[in-house]
Design a protein around this ligand. Structure first.
Ligand code: UDP
Ligand code: GLC
Ligand code: MN
Length: 321
């Protein structure tokens, strides 16, 4: 359908990598919708060129920043003020209906059926289920709504300093008005679910259609060895959802990196995909989350290493934001 589109946002080259993988994943799952990426002026020319090869429309927008350091500090995400830029998606009035998706999401199955839903449909936020998570939502572009949203920002600000706070107070009856506007969690499944409700993840996780790498550490924060097909970085983090992360990296290294190499030519750039030196003896061994869980359940927790109190505290801090 020419008047329906998936929309994402990238204000810098890192999030642009996410947008490239997301776009590729939508194409691989044969979406019939248009693909639009909103970019900020800091996205480099080579990144724009790669985005242009994946997306139907690469649209430069003004970066809006809440500048609300106090609320952002509560989430420990000072970087998220620029997510106000997301609101620009309402200006895409050449489409009648759109689905916004964060650049840190990955589509693992066709989701075109989302266009049967109405504005504003979204899945519950895993941290506060009476709020929706603004990483995936169905909306209708409208200059009138855009104007009202900006006015709402000016008058009320945002309770989290980012777009999610504004959108939840603007579409404030989401929690109660119409259950059809509650998207099933499989359309915005964050890795946090694996931690907080493992039995439900085991029951329903295999049906996930969209994975959301919510939180400070993004797939592109790691490094990847394409030959050995292993990730490096804070392996503890990676061990929580290795399957989906690997899926992201497989797509990125096989489809996106070759395009980036073509567009960057001789200019240096950091793909994150390297032949990595063997991991040092002192680094924690990389084990799968299943293995780690099994060891934990057998009473073989690695109290001095990955299961130390410090690590658990660090993990909780990340998820509690
Ligand atoms: N974003 C961006 N540049 C930034 C921060 C965020 O373009 O510096 C966009 C990007 O689409 C991203 C979304 O805003 O996916 C929301 O931010 P993020 O995914 O980091 O928030 P989280 O889901 O982790 O709360
Ligand atoms: C959330 C959402 C993200 C949003 C951010 C700021 O955690 O996942 O999409 O941009 O909060 O409001
Ligand atoms: Mn996100």
């Amino acid at each position: 359908m020419a008047d329906q589109a998936f929309v994402t946002l990238a204000t810098n080259d890192n999030y642009a990598k996410g947008a490239m993988v997301l776009g590729k994943s939508l194409r691989n799952h044969k979406t019939s919708k248009k693909l639009v990426v909103l970019i900020g002026p800091h996205v480099s020319e080579p990144s724009r060129a790669v985005l242009g090869r994946i997306y139907d429309e690469v649209r430069l927008v003004d970066v809006l920043d809440s500048g609300d350091t106090a609320h952002l500090a509560m989430m420990k995400r000072p970087d998220l003020g620029v997510t106000f830029t997301k609101l620009n998606c309402w200006t895409l009035t050449h489409y009648s209906k759109c689905v916004f998706m964060d650049a840190d999401t990955l589509v693992v199955s066709n989701i075109d059926e989302l266009f049967d839903r109405e504005e504003l449909s979204a899945a519950p936020d895993p941290g506060w289920p009476d709020c929706f998570n603004s990483g995936v939502f169905v909306f209708r572009p409208s200059n009138e709504t855009y104007g009202k949203l900006l006015q709402h920002c000016t008058e009320h600000g945002s309770f989290d300093g980012g777009d999610q706070g504004v959108l939840n107070s603007f579409f404030s009856d989401w929690a109660t008005a119409d259950i059809r506007k509650h998207l099933p969690f499989i359309y915005n499944m964050s890795s946090i679910a694996i931690y907080t409700y493992l039995p439900a993840f085991k029951q329903y996780g295999a049906n996930a259609k969209v994975v959301h790498f919510l939180g400070k550490t993004k797939p592109w924060s790691y490094m990847y060895d394409p030959k050995l097909k292993v990730m490096r970085g804070d392996v503890q983090e990676a061990a929580t959802h290795p399957g989906f992360l690997l899926e992201w990296w497989t797509l990125y290294s096989s489809c996106v990196v070759p395009m980036l190499h073509q567009e960057y030519g001789d200019q240096p750039f950091h793909s994150g995909c390297e032949d990595l030196p063997p991991q040092s003896e002192h680094a924690p061994p990389s084990i799968s989350s299943a293995e780690r869980k099994q060891r934990w359940e057998q009473g073989q927790a690695d109290y001095m290493g990955i299961d130390s109190f410090d690590s658990i505290e660090k993990k909780l801090a990340v998820f509690l934001k």
